[in-house]
Write a protein that binds this ligand. Structure first.
Ligand code: NAD
Length: 250
């Protein structure tokens, strides 16, 4: 389905981005991985998918510009890289705020602004953001993340309108809790911020949000991303698809 297409998936050495990269590669796309991690493990992922890897630190706009120049034009851009920090606002470290805004929001602006000219020239493109249920609703102690994800939804709607007549779509996918390292790593801070045990955080904070009482699977998010890359999704742009076990229906 995606033969002849080149796809950059940011933050694809782990979790949701890795699942998206795998499904795009399986459909024939030439995939460029991006993200941090153990070089041997990343090399194995490249072998598995016939992919290449660019290790740009997306918190640095100069590194993003260098990455986009090095990899050349892409048809599919998945702005997925992200991080979380959990803390009451008055204790929220300003450097964590800046880092989350840089990675979860500004990086997508920079990759997009540099990818769009070639997409417009070809008259075809797919821009997908892994946003979050937190692009639509808030939770306490996640001020930077919620701010960045709400902004991603606004950014995506804006570029969807700008690109609407160019064959380029832009959409958000907004998962609820997906079992990945990003979720696992926030459990200790949430235990501290809320004075809870690990089990209480799992059941009373995380899964409490999801009426299905189960985590979303990275592969299910990837299947939705693949659909949005297909021709049948040509009329879908500026949308924000939840895949959150019913969280935002409440
Ligand atoms: P993850 O921690 O498993 O993966 C994050 C990826 O981003 C990794 O590949 C990591 O190397 C990369 N990354 C981190 N810092 C980077 C940097 N400075 N430069 C380049 N790459 C960097 O996380 P995940 O759960 O797969 O999250 C992926 C996206 O999905 C994020 O935007 C996240 O906010 C969003 N999301 C996750 C969940 C969830 O429950 N896991 C829910 C909703 C939205």
């Amino acid at each position: 389905m995606l033969k002849e297409k080149r796809a950059l998936v940011t933050g694809s050495t782990s979790g949701i981005g890795l699942a998206i990269a795998r499904v795009l590669a399986a459909e024939g796309a030439e995939v460029i991985l991006n993200g941090l991690g153990d070089p041997d493990e990343i090399a194995a992922l490249c072998d598995e998918m016939g992919a290449t890897h660019n290790g740009a630190n997306l918190m640095n706009p100069d590194e993003i510009a260098q990455m986009m120049a090095d990899i050349g034009p892409v048809d599919i851009l998945v702005n997925n890289a992200g991080m979380q920090h959990v803390s009451p606002v008055e204790e929220f470290p300003p450097e964590k705020w800046d880092a989350i805004l840089a990675l979860n929001l500004s990086a997508a602006f920079h990759t997009t602004r540099l990818a769009v000219p070639e997409m417009k020239a070809k008259g075809w493109g797919r821009i997908i953001a892994t946003a979050s249920a937190h692009s639509l609703t808030a939770s306490p102690f996640k001020s930077a993340y919620v701010a960045a994800k709400h902004a991603m939804a606004g950014f995506t709607k804006t570029i969807a309108l700008e690109l609407a007549t160019h064959g380029v779509t832009a959409n958000c996918i907004s998962p609820g809790y997906v079992w990945t390292p990003l979720v696992e790593n926030q459990i200790p801070d949430t235990m501290a911020a809320r004075g809870m045990t690990r089990d209480q955080v799992m059941n009373d904070v995380l899964l409490a949000k999801q009426p299905t009482k189960s985590f979303v699977l990275p592969e299910d998010v990837a299947a939705l991303a693949l659909f949005l890359c297909g021709d049948a999704a040509r009329g879908i742009t500026g949308a924000n698809y939840t895949i959150d076990g019913g969280w935002t229906a409440e």
